[in-house]
Design a protein around this ligand. Structure first.
Ligand SMILES: Cc1cc2nc3c(=O)[nH]c(=O)nc-3n(C[C@H](O)[C@H](O)[C@H](O)COP(=O)(O)O)c2cc1C
Length: 185
């Protein structure tokens, strides 16, 4: 597998976020040559067109550059009220306003961990729709839904459920292939 840099974007700001833990698990099971780091974008303000008119916030420009520099993205986010988390949508809305918007043609994998029975599926289908608008190349399969997730993580937040870890590992293998395919390799 060729060297690939993956940027993880978590849709939860919670310090013990299961979704951030899922991203950390993804980093542990990557194919050889792939590396993953998780973006910190909590400094991005609420979207405000007036603020944009006075200059794009530096935190937005920084995240945009991190996305451009990455070969691919993994977005892990909880479902909030059957839909996308406001934190993630706010960041995406800002990023959509940056010249040379960074999602265009970017390979993306989606995963979600949630306490509910459908594992964040309703969030993922919202994100697919939104990223379609931005011409990101979201991998169709395999999907990763870590449902009823609390017992699947240990007290330190490590993803310990064997089936969930395998699903994450399989998705990272597929993301490596998806990225190579899109790069014409
Ligand atoms: C505002 C809010 C709305 C939520 N709505 C849902 C929901 O629609 N479906 C679901 O499965 N869990 C829902 N949850 C519970 C989340 O699955 C749970 O808080 C999860 O731990 C969030 O992910 P995190 O651990 O990465 O922060 C909701 C939580 C919050 C705070």
């Amino acid at each position: 597998m060729a060297n690939r840099t993956i940027l993880g974007i978590c849709g939860s700001l919670r310090s013990k976020s299961y979704n951030r833990s899922a991203l950390q698990a993804a980093g542990e099971v990557l194919p050889e040559g792939m590396t993953l780091r998780i973006a910190d974008y909590r400094q991005i303000p609420l979207y405000d067109h007036d603020l944009e008119s006075s200059g794009m916030p530096s935190a937005v420009l920084q995240l945009a550059q991190e996305i451009r520099s990455a070969d691919a993205l993994v977005i892990a986010s909880p479902e909030y009220n059957f839909s996308i988390s406001g934190v993630l949508k706010n960041a995406i809305d800002w990023l959509s306003r940056v010249p040379d918007q960074p999602f265009k043609d970017k390979p993306v994998a989606l995963m979600s961990a949630s306490l509910g029975p459908v594992g964040g599926a309703r969030h993922q289908y919202e994100v697919r729709k939104i990223l379609g608008c931005l011409e990101a190349l979201v991998m169709p399969k395999p999907e990763v839904f870590i449902n009823l997730c609390q017992p699947k993580f240990d007290a330190d937040g490590r993803l310990v459920d064997a089936a969930a870890r395998k699903a994450v590992a399989d998705q990272m293998q597929a993301l490596g292939r998806w990225t190579g395919r899109l790069l014409g390799e």
